[in-house]
Design a protein around this ligand. Structure first.
Ligand SMILES: Cc1cc2nc3c(=O)[nH]c(=O)nc-3n(C[C@H](O)[C@H](O)[C@H](O)COP(=O)(O)OP(=O)(O)OC[C@H]3O[C@@H](n4cnc5c(N)ncnc54)[C@H](O)[C@@H]3O)c2cc1C
Ligand code: FES
Length: 256
């Protein structure tokens, strides 16, 4: 798939709390096809300490307005600089990168945690467009750490698990009452321990499962090898061959 290096204009910004914000970016031309789970490499402007682009999932796509939205958690210098940007400013992106999720299955569960809920909105919309309403299970330590909630409602059955019980059922996503049903496909993105637990459950119950890895990245195009995962078929670049992998290819990683 062709990659683009191009400027987008910030046309929308939402600040959810001190940690999470979103930026809606508009391109003057028609956007290419973007699969759920693909990501962008964002150039962080005006901060000489941040040389490398930062990988961020594509949270939402609107082909009518040529916009895409990024949902970002502030964790360090790059994401802090992005959080200080304003509507009207320009961001340079390389996109669309990586391999996204397959949109397969009839009884489908999406499981997201932390910033890993970002790619699940576009994924939910893709399922909904195929007439499939997935169960969308979102988890976090508390309600405020699940910044996007209502946005998912039109596209499936939305449920929450929080460790402090402030939203949905108290506990981890894997302890939620909707987690163990007889799904045929599970798609997950979030903290590594969560994805491993979800994938272990899927593999041991014969459920197809895809995980979206968030390894540290530099080039984003398979050139620097800094993002490799120890897959069952050897080292694979997460940026190019992932970030989405079938869990069956990652049993080394899952059981480590
Ligand atoms: C394919 C992919 C998609 C991603 N999608 C999103 C997204 O939609 N929203 C979002 O908020 N974040 C996402 N991330 C994570 C995001 O890229 C990092 O949080 C960001 O690069 C950190 O940059 P920084 O300069 O703010 O932090 P740095 O100053 O570089 O690092 C600050 C801290 O964050 C840790 N960190 C840095 N990168 C990562 C990473 N990839 N995973 C875990 N910890 C990291 C560092 O170890 C350090 O402790 C994604 C990562 C990948 C690989
Ligand atoms: S980030 Fe360079 S090879 Fe993946």
């Amino acid at each position: 798939m062709k990659k683009y290096i191009t400027n987008f204009k910030i046309v929308g910004k939402r600040v959810f709390n001190e940690t999470y914000f979103s930026l809606t970016l508009q391109h003057p031309e028609k956007l290419p096809e973007i699969a759920a789970g693909q990501f962008v490499e964002v150039e962080v402007p005006g901060n000489k300490q941040v040389m490398l682009r930062r990988p961020i999932s594509i949270h939402d796509v609107d082909t009518d307005s040529n916009t895409l939205t990024l949902l970002v958690q502030v964790v360090g210098k790059g994401t802090r600089t992005l959080s200080e940007m304003s509507i009207g400013e320009t961001l340079n992106l390389v996109y669309p990168l990586g391999h996204g999720f397959s949109i397969e299955g009839k009884k489908v569960l999406l499981v997201g945690g932390g910033a890993g809920i970002a790619p699940l909105l576009h994924l939910s919309k893709c399922f909904s467009a195929k007439g499939i309403k997935p169960v969308i299970l979102l988890g976090g330590r508390s309600a405020s750490l699940i910044p996007v909630q209502k946005e998912f409602e039109p596209y499936g059955t939305v449920a929450f698990a929080t460790e402090d019980g402030s939203l949905g059922e108290k506990g981890l996503v894997t302890q939620h009452s909707l987690f163990p049903a007889d799904y045929d496909h599970i798609y997950t993105c979030g903290p590594t321990p969560m994805m491993k637990a979800v994938a272990r459950h899927a593999l041991s119950n014969g459920i197809e499962c895809e995980v979206s890895l968030e390894n540290m990245m530099a080039c984003g195009i398979g050139a620097c090898l800094c993002c490799v995962v120890d897959s069952d078929e050897g080292h694979k670049c997460v940026c190019k061959e992932g970030p989405v992998f079938n869990a069956k290819r990652l049993t080394n990683w899952i059981n480590k």
